[in-house]
Design a binder for this molecule. Structure first.
Ligand code: CA
Length: 246
């Protein structure tokens, strides 16, 4: 259920770029803003990301609790649904998912951020961009161990090897979940790696600062990623929050 004390402005942009298909899927409605990036060859990646999003969009139903436990249950259901899909290439279809669900904790409106894989959720507060999620990828693990400098991670040959996905071989998957109070003026960004492989965080921050409107921000980001090479599908959701005083 949407918190009446928060008004959201939402912008959405996606592009196939130089790929045969767009395997990214998204939902941006009813307080649920998620991006899934599918993989698996043939049509399997597209189907995997769309299947995960179809399950997770139920987090916007009034009947579904948007608590951390509710999110974990929904992610488990999405994982099971993706694992039911056929694997036409002999490789199990899989998908990342990340994003933000508007909820409240006690009396406080909150962002519930979730992540499985290497799509990302960021928050810009006071003009400063911060990555909320941690990538589940081989490169992120190497950076965490100090074996690869952070500024070289998005050029690393193994940057697209994810260590946690929905679907895939593991029977269970645990999402990372964060609960953050909504601050006035928060701008959340949910995106696939087609954006962050092409643009540095500094560039993403500059584009977000340059756009007043959420839709304009999403359009600018995707256009910049395409101009930088557009080697992968690119998806961006921008969510601006205003707190309403009563
Ligand atoms: Ca991708």
């Amino acid at each position: 259920m949407i918190d009446e004390r928060v008004r959201l402005e939402v912008g959405v942009a996606t592009a196939q770029a130089h790929r045969a298909q767009n395997e990214d899927s998204l939902v941006a409605a009813d307080g649920v803003y998620l991006v899934a990036d599918g993989m698996g060859g043939h049509d399997a990646g597209e189907l995997a990301s769309a299947t995960a999003i179809d399950v997770l969009r139920t987090l916007g139903d009034d009947a579904t609790p948007t608590t951390t436990d509710g999110v974990r249950r929904a992610v488990a259901a999405a994982h099971a649904a993706v694992r039911q899909l056929p694997s036409p290439s002999g490789r199990r279809p899989g998908t990342t998912v990340t994003g933000v669900v508007l909820t409240s904790h006690g009396d406080t409106p909150c962002w519930l951020v979730l992540n499985v894989g290497d799509s990302r959720t960021y928050r810009m507060a006071g003009g400063v961009l911060e990555q909320v999620t941690r990538d589940h990828s081989e490169v992120a693990e190497l950076v965490a161990k100090g074996l690869v400098p952070a500024d070289q991670a998005n050029r690393h040959p193994r940057r697209n090897v994810v260590t946690r996905v929905l679907g895939g071989g593991a029977s269970e998957v645990e999402p990372d979940v964060w609960l953050l109070p909504v601050s006035p003026g928060d701008r959340m960004l949910v995106c696939s790696d087609g954006l962050t492989d092409e643009l540095s965080d500094a560039r993403v921050q500059a584009e977000l600062r340059a756009a007043d409107e959420a839709q304009q921000a999403a359009d600018r980001l995707v256009a910049a990623a395409l101009a930088a090479g557009g080697r992968d599908n690119v998806t961006a959701i921008v969510v601006d929050a205003t707190l309403i005083r009563r």
